[in-house]
Ligand binder design. Sequence first.
Ligand code: DI6
Ligand code: FE
Length: 406
Amino acid sequence: MPVWETLLTNARIATMRRDAPGYGEISEGALAIRDGRIAWIGPQNELPDGDAAETRSLDGRWITPALIDCHTHLVFGGDRAAEFEQRLQGVSYEDIARAGGGIMSTVRATRAAPADKLFEDALSRVQALMAEGVATIEVKSGYGLDVKTEIRMLEVARRLGEASGADIRTTLLAAHAIPPEFREAPDAYIDLVCNVLLPEVAARGLADAVDAYCESIAFNAAQVGRVFDKARTLGLPVKLHADQLSDGSGAALAARFGALSADHLEYTSPEGVEAMAASGTVAVLLPGAFLTLGETRLPPIAAMRAHDVPIAIATDCNPGTSPVCSLRVAMMLASRQFRLTPEECLAGATREAARALGIGDECGTLEAGKHADIAIWNISHPRELAYWFGTPQLAGLLKGGHTTRP
Ligand code: DI6
Ligand code: FE
């Protein structure tokens, strides 16, 4: 007779399995947990005899895979609210940047911040995400732009995982912007990233992936290629901020390197989408940045659907272009701005987000063998998760079978 740690009964289950239609619904379901993983899941009347240390009836509540935020920059110093105010008063983004503001003001504040302050501020953002059912969060560096501060950001991100109970996946984004010290010599900065920073980060196991920003205001394809070549040599998967403000063939570049994901994609061409389909690269849509920047050009969603490119949704939580600590709000925005269906929004914040992090075999759906990362909801149907926003509906969150939210 099987022995389980926890048995959830009387659940309505949205498994979000790829091979099941719709939400992968099991209407009267049960789920058994052993060693932090799903040991059994299915219709309750088929539950095998077993012993559970704890049995919990969910009284007909819905459960889904715990949500996954696969793109954030939530470790940073300071904020950019004054700049936001200036922009609303008509000062242009370029003028703010020329006056030393914009992303460089966040770089200065992050370099100046003690690690404990970065940690405390970021922890409250992690907790805000978790309060809405998020159990896995990707966190990027990229506001240090020097060896010392990039490493400090990744160390803070690792500490967030230990302190919060969330699974924090770290990404080195040293190629986010050209640091002021290298304004006239960006290739020398890429040398530093490839020859010093990447080897040290890899040796210390500080990053799970490597990202870069391919854009006219950041790095070109050749520079990104050098960073990606080095990452591959070190055995680290890559992902790319691609085609956000212009078509720089970023999606195709990401696909050429077998990237886990290409993110933003507003200006991606049909050829870029085809390249992503061929390489299995996930499209990560970031509607918070789209909203904040007042973008009007939509990502090529019809082409993504036609080519079966997996679509994930993330917050892009950052002080400049996406000041949001709510994945539910990102889901809501993806439905309103990008016309994604509620089912696509939930898949995008669970199954496809897991694939964007290279952990699709471990989490993102409710299936036997996967981590018991489970959100319990006070809703009458999972389509409500993209419909309501700013509305507390979480009734519980399990991470690896352990309760992190009552
Ligand atoms: N894309 C963005 O929208 C942000 N970074 C990126 O790669 C901007 C970050 C910032 O302005 O602080
Ligand atoms: Fe980003």
